[in-house]
Design a protein around this ligand. Structure first.
Ligand code: IMP
Length: 443
């Protein structure tokens, strides 16, 4: 079971996010000393149910729910200070003291108020300028504009800058002149009004956030490398999902970070081979929120049923998620590129009661059939899924105490996934509680 894992392990999603990573991290976190976020920001929403209490965390790694464990927000994360502070306060209020166990990288980038405005305006401008299909359907959390500033460099604000208010104050007039000019131009394209940001307001905002966050700020890369040297165990908590990875996902309908295992070393400041084990989380079906191609999407009563039974509404935005059959072509591409060593299949119980189940095993494009995942979003949007049909199973899956108790049809479904992807299924989740977890090795 968890003892089999290597010293440093990662949990990453192999679909378009919302695979149930939060529950898997929560199951494993007690066996590790430090849980580390390495990518994304408050666009993520990790839900965990502990003793009947639901926690929805956007920034704080969900490993924090384990008593006495440390949690780190690495340099690859983009941090919205207001969200982070609200989350710390809520957790503290609910009896989980966080502040002495959470550390924030001085190299992480700060999501500024104007990044959220830019996110909304750019989405509106894309929709107005090129037709609604071109809008990404972002979470509106300022993620893309913050990472864009990171790449631009001269316009970026890192946590290390935030906690040096005097130096930052000297840069703000130039920064806001530039931001106000560009955002006003984007607003004009979008046909929207724009209220410029004032230097004094942003300076005050930064000072307030810095006051609150500075006790948490440190060189987390050095802290993690020291922890490794001392024999402590690290758990890397991926946010979003492989198919949203900026390099390998369904570009441009992706997020702006390396939301796959490929982002771990760069986003945490640890050597590339640190994570010896990569647990790839796969939901028993597929969901996607926002725009972009989704070959196995079900725009029918079955899709609706999956959405309702799986509570497929965004943790961050409340948006209904698009639902469909499991796409094994996409999952295998994700698993192979990530170097996944084990699979965790989640939300199997959501499929209970369907007469038959489908698994997408290839794509058809014109006269060609392929198992290759295309680079072009337009090509992916044009493919027809090739399905295998399997027998359904009933609600007894949710009551299974061991893998062997699962109905034969459920096991056949899981074993077809394993066989196709070529990576062993290690655990199966059949409900939100920690107890609703079947370990494959336990037979
Ligand atoms: P952004 O990350 O807010 O820029 O959004 C880009 C795309 O990624 C949109 O389609 C979002 O819906 C999607 N996205 C970002 N984070 C998550 C996540 O944690 N789960 C599911 N979808 C996400």
């Amino acid at each position: 079971m968890v003892d089999e894992l290597s010293d440093h392990t990662a949990v990453v999603g192999l679909q378009w996010g919302d695979e149930g990573k939060g529950k898997v991290v929560d199951l494993l976190a007690g066996h590790f000393d430090v849980t580390v976020r390495f990518n994304g920001g408050a666009n993520a929403g990790h839900s965990v149910v502990v003793a009947g209490e639901k926690y929805a965390l956007h920034l704080v790694p969900c490993g924090i729910l384990q008593p006495r464990k440390m949690a780190v927000l690495g340099n690859g994360v983009v941090v919205d200070p207001e969200v982070l502070i609200a989350e710390i306060e809520e957790l503290t209020h609910r009896g989980i003291p966080v502040e002495d166990r959470l550390r924030l990288s001085d190299r992480a980038h700060v999501v500024m108020p104007y990044h959220k405005t830019a996110d909304r305006l750019l989405e509106a401008a894309s929709a107005a300028g090129a037709g609604a299909r071109q809008a990404i359907g972002t979470t509106g959390r300022g993620i893309g504009p913050c990472y864009a500033d990171k790449a631009t460099r001269t316009t970026a604000i890192r946590v290390a800058d935030l906690v040096r208010p005097h130096e930052l104050a000297a840069r703000l007039p130039y920064l806001l002149t530039l931001k106000n000019a560009t955002l006003a131009a984007v607003a004009a394209v979008a046909g929207m009004s724009y209220e410029p940001f004032a230097v004094a307001d942003i300076a005050n905002w930064c000072a307030a956030q810095a006051d609150r966050l500075s006790p948490l700020v440190t060189d987390t890369g050095a802290l993690l490398r020291q922890a490794i040297a001392e024999g402590r165990r690290l758990l890397f908590e991926g946010a979003n999902g492989f198919l949203l990875d900026v390099d390998h996902g369904t570009y441009p309908y992706v997020t702006s970070s390396n939301a796959s295992a490929l982002g771990i070393a760069a986003g945490a400041g640890v050597p590339p081979r640190t994570a010896g084990e990569i647990v790839g989380v796969v939901k028993a079906y597929t969901s996607r929120v926002g725009g972009g191609p989704f070959p196995t999407e079900l725009a029918d009563a079955t899709g609706e049923r999956i959405r309702e039974r799986g509570h497929e509404y965004g943790t961050t935005t409340g948006r209904p998620r698009r639902c469909g059959w499991l796409d094994l072509v996409a999952v295998r591409y994700a698993a192979q590129t990530s170097g996944a060593t084990r699979l965790a299949v989640t939300l199997l119980d959501v499929l209970a009661g369907l007469d038959e189940l489908r698994l997408c095993v290839a794509y058809r494009l014109g006269s060609q059939t392929t198992t290759r995942f295309p680079a072009s979003a337009a090509e992916l949007a044009a493919v027809e899924p090739v399905y295998e049909t399997l027998a359904g199973f009933d609600a007894r899956v949710a009551a299974a105490g061991r893998y062997g108790d699962l109905p034969a049809a459920a096991r056949a479904y899981l074993e077809r996934i394993e066989d196709y992807v070529g990576i062993p299924i290690w655990l199966v989740s059949v409900g939100p509680e920690r107890s609703q977890t079947l370990w494959r090795s336990s037979g």
